[in-house]
Design a protein around this ligand. Structure first.
Ligand code: HEC
Ligand code: HEC
Ligand code: HEC
Length: 137
């Protein structure tokens, strides 16, 4: 059996594959699919109705403002009780409230922050003072 000049065809195929997939690996990092932040924590598993302090879409875009608001309330006004839109009450605390449910910081907060390319990478400077949850790694 005669193979048509394999010496040319195989490298040719390789070049073709590289060219076709180039946009995929060239954009790695900037065009990777958005991460799916994991909600798989013991506290969230125990919830009958899985919901956050604010509706999910709002949490996704506004959690920084919410944290700011909480900090101001606690530090400036000494108020720790937050009553949410649905009447649920929360203790305004990053480490004792947010991280009680989202105890998987690296699979939750960090995956998103790395993807979003926060300047400080996966570590907003909050964790230099606030205690991040211990994760079994
Ligand atoms: C220089 C240290 C420091 C840094 C950095 C810092 N905080 Fe704080 N934060 C504090 C201290 C001290 C308190 C007061 C703690 C208290 O009264 O319980 C506080 C309180 C808070 C509170 C309310 C109380 C609590 O237990 O959480 C929130 C929410 C908060 N900070 C969020 C943040 C966020 C979000 C960031 C990052 C964007 C951040 N902080 C960065 C020191 C810091
Ligand atoms: C009582 C448990 C609980 C607390 C407390 C809590 N969360 Fe959530 N959080 C959840 C659940 C459950 C979801 C998923 C909601 C859904 O799917 O509708 C979620 C969703 C989110 C999302 C959106 C994730 C996505 O995929 O878009 C962000 C961001 C978030 N939480 C951040 C925070 C921050 C910051 C705090 C503290 C201010 C906090 N959460 C406090 C349980 C909690
Ligand atoms: C659904 C994706 C997503 C999840 C999950 C998420 N974040 Fe964020 N977070 C972002 C994005 C995007 C920004 C940057 C927003 C901007 O630059 O305007 C951000 C910014 C922040 C900031 C401001 C930091 C800074 O340096 O300005 C804080 C504080 C913060 N996130 C805390 C948290 C905490 C705590 C968790 C976990 C409980 C969390 N985030 C989970 C997407 C997410």
């Amino acid at each position: 059996m005669k193979i048509y000049n394999a010496k040319l065809i195989i490298p040719g195929l390789l070049i073709f594959v590289v060219m076709v997939t180039f946009p995929i690996w060239y954009n790695k990092g900037s065009a990777a699919p958005p991460p799916e932040p994991s909600l798989n924590t013991p506290a969230i598993q125990r919830m009958a109705e899985k919901q956050c302090v604010l509706p999910k879409d709002q949490m996704r875009t506004d959690h920084m403002q919410l944290l700011n608001e909480w900090r101001t309330e606690v530090v400036r006004n000494g108020n720790r009780l937050y009553v949410a839109w649905d009447g649920k009450e929360y203790n305004m605390s990053l480490q004792n409230e947010c991280m009680r449910c989202h105890s998987n910081k690296s699979e939750f907060c960090d995956t998103c922050h790395v993807y979003a390319g926060l300047k400080s990478g996966s570590q907003p400077y909050c964790w230099t003072c606030h205690i991040a949850p211990k994760e079994n790694k």
